[in-house]
Design a protein around this ligand. Structure first.
Ligand SMILES: CN1CCC[C@H](Cn2ccc3ccc(-c4n[nH]c(N)c4C#N)cc32)C1
Length: 242
């Protein structure tokens, strides 16, 4: 998979050189490139924004500069991703789907956003998909953090990136559709808190049942919307009793 990220603050994306994503880059599991949008400006001030038509506060990012950058990066088969507060909520399902794409191009806006004609134009390009997504119901100052969230959520799903692929199944929002159960490690007693006895029992069946119950209880308490979305057939009789 190739991922191109375009931003006026390319240094903002340097955390993607670290940890699992960084290792995936150095081992060639992902070809991740970060670009400075200003490299596609033509004026001496390297201008990327202008005042909004219709008035209002702030500035809007110029379509012609974005067009010059994206024309160099977006080809047939590319998936153009635009983080925006007005986008569709990013979910694990999106990450799973987009992890199978050959080429992602992530356009990081700043100011009041990117001229709307940019997304509209590339949506007309044959073989190009355009998705506007949001990482949550709060307002950031730009798209870079959302770009890093997307890159990490997608790259960790690529074959060979995470050591134990099994761990991708049980985690929150994973295949089970539940929040993850609580985890513990040594020491068995810490301050006045003990590890749940069942986890020290060595009885795998009981441990599995306890973990499933914990995941269900947590999901019911913190994210009842996820529980409602679960296919009832996916919950066995004992689960429904929770
Ligand atoms: C006051 N204005 C309001 C509109 C957005 C302006 C800042 N901005 C410019 C580009 C841009 C891209 C993403 C996000 C963003 N914010 N929250 C999220 N979940 C996002 C996501 N994905 C924010 C952004 C600030």
């Amino acid at each position: 998979m190739r991922i191109d990220v375009v931003s006026i603050f390319p240094a903002y994306l340097t955390p993607l050189e670290l940890s699992l994503v960084g290792k995936a880059r150095t081992t060639g599991l992902v070809d991740l490139r970060v670009h400075d949008l200003r490299d596609w400006t033509t004026d001496r001030h390297r201008t990327v924004d202008d005042t909004p038509f219709g008035g209002g506060a702030g500035m809007v990012m110029k379509p012609d500069v974005w067009g010059a950058a994206l024309d160099d990066l977006v080809t047939e088969g590319s998936h153009l991703l635009l983080p925006t507060p007005s986008g569709a909520p990013l979910t694990q399902r999106h990450a799973e789907r987009w992890a199978t794409d050959e080429h992602l191009v992530i356009a990081c806006g700043r100011y009041e956003g990117i001229d709307a004609r940019v997304a509209a134009h590339y949506a007309t390009r044959p073989g190009v998909r355009v998705s506007e997504y949001s990482i949550g119901d709060y307002v950031l100052n730009g798209g870079e953090v959302a770009a890093m969230v997307l890159v990490e959520a997608v790259v960790r799903l690529l074959p060979g990136v995470v050591g134990n692929p099994e761990s991708l199944v049980e985690e929150s929002h994973g295949a089970a559709g539940l929040l993850e159960y609580p985890v513990y490690t040594k020491p068995p007693a810490w301050r006045d808190l003990d590890v749940p006895e069942v986890l020290l029992s060595g009885h795998h069946g009981r441990v599995e049942r306890w973990r499933r119950d914990q995941a269900l209880e947590r999901t019911a308490a913190r994210r009842p919307d996820l529980l409602r979305a679960l296919d009832p057939a996916g919950l066995d009789k004992a689960d429904r009793a929770v």
